[in-house]
Design a protein around this ligand. Structure first.
Ligand code: HEM
Ligand SMILES: *[C@@H]1O[C@H](CO)[C@@H](O)[C@H](O)[C@H]1NC(C)=O
Length: 332
């Protein structure tokens, strides 16, 4: 089916191309670097200035944007669906298991969007805003720079069901996690590199309790510094209550985008079960090897991370869409 329709599109494009020139062969769903060059030449600067201000005020804002972009791309493609509010006629994704009480940064997105609308109304999509904002936040915390291909459109729909089924959960094992990335066209290598995002930001006790009162206890027994770290985690996250307390996923440098997070995994100190799986799973020799490589070679991590971010950002919604005026609502 797929190859047949691809082939016929190609033939059609070639036939049209013969009559109207190469322009007709341009695929509107392809992202490009200069998409806004004519209609909003300062889009990148506007976003960058706002993200810079926000990250200076609170470095966690970089983590919020990065995670929003991820949760956006894993549901219907990178189409801003994660930003839609629930309304009488639309069920958004904000109540999904991995999003509710967890995703933040929506006000910051609104603020950036307002600046964009003031400069070039109706031009820059919310999905592109997230992709560029995720990159800018990464750079501001010391991570790699990459050029962000743009031209995404915002969806007119959202999917709570897909958000529940497709976004990976911290309780899941390595095979499930790899399968979830695979189904988005991302490899196990992409996954390990991308989860390196956990070098910044925090997790709620709700998501780390199973681990710190579970298998973390076993490994910490053999290592005094892990034992100390574990007792600190238990102070932050008591066995009962405190579910919304937070702890960094990279306690060495929670707001520096570096590779210290991977050392934590090598030490058995990942706070999320899913994170530790990449190093400790019995079937994870390939991912464990990557974890070690990224710990040994920060530039390799940066290279893979930026390549994989471009790949993840390249997941498009085949339905197309619009440029929303307000990221929370479809245009009326
Ligand atoms: C195996 C896949 C992944 C799982 C299971 C996972 C799970 C989680 C969980 C449970 C949290 C804490 C949320 C909370 O407690 O409220 C978190 C935070 C975070 N995740 Fe992931 N994640 C994964 C992959 C990724 C990817 C691919 C990215 C980005 C490309 C990412 C970026 C982040 C960031 C930046 C934070 C910190 C957010 C903050 O400070 O609020 N994660 N993740
Ligand atoms: C992005 O997706 C298009 C197909 O839509 C593909 O041709 C292109 O190679 C992809 N680019 C990257 C960097 O993955």
């Amino acid at each position: 089916m797929i190859s047949y329709s691809r082939a016929s599109v190609l033939v059609l494009a070639m036939v049209l191309g013969a009559f109207v020139g190469p322009l007709a062969a341009q695929d509107p769903s392809q992202l490009t670097l200069d998409y806004y060059a004519k209609n909003c030449p300062h889009a990148q600067e506007i976003i960058r200035a706002e993200v810079e201000c926000a990250v200076r005020t609170n470095p966690r804002n970089a983590a919020l944007l990065l995670r929003l972009h991820f949760h956006d791309c894993f549901v219907q493609g990178c189409d801003g669906s994660v930003l839609l509010d629930d309304t009488a006629t639309l069920i958004g994704e904000k109540q999904a298991d991995q999003n509710v009480n967890s995703l933040k940064g929506f006000d910051l997105v609104d603020k950036i969007k307002q600046k964009l609308e003031a400069e070039c109304p109706g031009v820059v999509s919310c999905a592109d805003l997230l992709a560029i904002g995720a990159r800018d936040g990464t750079v501001l915390l010391g991570g790699p720079y990459w050029d962000v291909p743009v031209g995404r459109l915002d969806s007119k729909t959202a999917s709570l069901d897909l958000a529940n089924s497709d976004i990976p959960a911290p309780s899941q094992g390595l095979i499930t996690l790899i399968a979830k990335f695979w189904s988005k066209g991302l490899s196990a290598t992409d996954m390990v590199a991308l989860v390196g995002s956990h070098t910044i930001g925090v997790a709620r006790c709700f998501n780390i309790k199973d681990r710190i009162y579970g298998d973390f206890e076993l490994t910490a027994k053999f290592n005094p510094s892990s034992e100390l770290y574990l007792s600190k985690l238990k102070e932050t996250c008591p066995a009962h209550g405190g579910d919304d307390n937070t702890s960094p996923m990279d306690y060495v440098s929670p707001y520096v985008f570096d590779n210290a997070y991977f050392e934590g995994l090598v030490q058995g100190e990942g706070v999320l079960y899913s994170d530790q799986q990449m190093y400790s799973s019995l079937v994870g020799y390939q991912t464990a090897d990557l974890v070690k490589q990224y710990w040994a070679d920060p530039l390799l991590f940066f290279k893979h991370f930026s390549d994989s971010m471009v790949k993840m950002g390249n997941i498009t919604n085949p339905e197309g869409g619009e440029v929303r005026k307000n990221c929370r609502f479809v245009n009326s």
